[in-house]
Design a protein around this ligand. Structure first.
Ligand SMILES: C[S@@+](CC[C@H](N)C(=O)[O-])C[C@H]1O[C@@H](n2cnc3c(N)ncnc32)[C@H](O)[C@@H]1O
Length: 399
């Protein structure tokens, strides 16, 4: 059974059996002029306000930053949809706009060969989820339990839940976990309101998955591992092995470094990018595969999706430059004149992270143009035998 909700998605579904772990991302290049980080943001290279990225083990500071980024910054993310839905969400709130994808990941807008797949932004965002779910190869004739690690505001769960309902699949449950309380509350509210009756969400640290061993038939992690510091990724992978049933798959969609910075500028953009999106040090896709093997997974498939998500990079940049930046300026001007616009606050312009977020969109474009980033899909399978000691206790650090 196919999970695609729209015939349109089915028609453009990329070929998925691409056996490679490689770098290079032609699809991420752009000929547009970039807007100057310094000019647009008042951030000089001599005095960079880079305080939001973090290194090392997740300490309180890192968790606070993520909470701030995704909690207070929820409104900024409502920008990631087709424009009528963006306006609607700002006006009426995420949960009142069913057509808003409410997913915080890149859209798949190109085919593997870099040609446009013809989808609009909303469907491009949903295609990423469809791709992940299809790679799980679930058997829908049996009861199914799915986990979305780092579930954001629940858009993935909602898409899958409604789709399974339409496909008349009865025996399934979908669980999502995020460390950000505001996201989980919004995800629960939105799913309840929009009819995703079998989706449940928990506030928790995915390094300490609060689920029974061998419970899930499939796990997706869409752009969540990037938030986990390198030394903790193995821990998260081991946690996923533990909660997956034998033969179950974990599908990871994420961004990676394709090469190290070579110049001071490249180093700078890297830091601005990590800073604005509150990221620890990133690893390569190949390092991810090695960690997966170390944790006990079989790497069933690993392929690059840089071409597919390439247009997202340009779109994020353009939305920042032509929509968010003008709004930020208007908001600040009004504030200087003594008016703290509640309406504009709904766009996230007032959040502490707004400016750094904007800078990251620009820095990301610079990195992509230099082939410094790559996007990958990893399909990992828990072997049918359990040859390693499976802890009955969740692995990882307590929240
Ligand atoms: C880029 S967002 C992706 C959200 C969602 N997967 C989607 O595609 O819409 C990253 C998500 O990872 C979550 N996250 C980051 N670190 C986490 C942790 N230690 N435990 C649980 N969730 C975490 C964030 O709260 C956020 O929901």
């Amino acid at each position: 059974m196919k999970l695609c909700c729209a015939a349109q998605l089915e028609a453009v579904r990329p070929r998925l059996q691409v056996p490679l772990i490689s770098v290079g991302c032609e699809g991420w290049t752009s000929n547009e002029g970039s807007f100057e980080l310094q000019e647009e943001t008042n951030m000089t290279r001599r005095q960079p306000s880079l305080e939001r990225s973090y290194d090392g083990f997740m300490g309180d500071r890192a968790l606070d930053l993520i909470n701030e980024h995704y909690g207070e910054g929820i409104d900024i993310y409502s920008l990631w949809a087709e424009l009528p839905d963006v306006l609607n969400a700002w006006w009426r709130g995420f949960e009142n706009v069913p057509s808003h994808p409410a997913q915080l990941h890149y859209a798949w807008l190109n085919n593997e060969d870099g040609t446009p797949n013809g989808l609009g932004l909303n469907d491009g965002i949903r295609l990423a989820t469809t791709t992940a779910i299809e790679q799980l190869e679930l058997n829908y004739s049996k009861p199914i339990a799915l986990l979305d690690v780092g579930c954001g505001v629940g858009g993935t769960a909602l898409q899958v839940d409604l789709c399974l309902q339409r496909q008349k699949v009865r025996d399934y449950e979908i669980h999502g976990i995020s460390i950000v309380a505001d996201q989980v509350k919004l995800a629960s509210r939105r799913c309840r309101k929009l009819g995703a009756t079998k989706s449940e969400f928990l506030i928790g640290d995915c390094l300490h998955l609060p689920y029974e061993s061998s419970y899930f038939d499939g796990i997706v992690a869409i752009e969540t591992f990037c938030h986990i510091p390198p030394e903790d990724k193995l821990n998260l992978l081991q946690g996923c092995v533990r909660v997956l049933a034998q033969g179950g798959r974990l599908v990871i969609l994420d961004g990676y470094v394709a090469r190290e910075p070579r110049t001071a500028d490249e180093e700078y953009w890297h830091r601005v990018f990590r800073n604005g999106w509150t990221l620890p040090e990133l690893i390569t896709a190949e390092e991810m595969s090695n960690l997966a093997i170390e944790s006990g997974f079989d790497v069933e498939n690993s392929f690059e999706g840089s071409s597919q998500v390439g247009p997202s990079v340009k779109l994020i940049y353009r939305r920042g430059k032509y929509i968010f930046m003008p709004l930020l300026r208007i908001y600040r001007l009004l504030k200087r004149l003594g008016h703290d616009s509640r309406l504009l606050q709904r766009t996230g312009v007032h959040t502490p992270n707004a400016e750094a977020f904007l800078q990251a969109g620009s820095a990301q474009k610079e990195l992509a143009e230099r082939d410094m980033m790559a996007y990958h899909v990893h399909v990992l399978r828990r072997p049918m035998y359990a040859a390693w000691p499976l802890s009955s206790q969740p692995l990882g650090r307590k929240l």
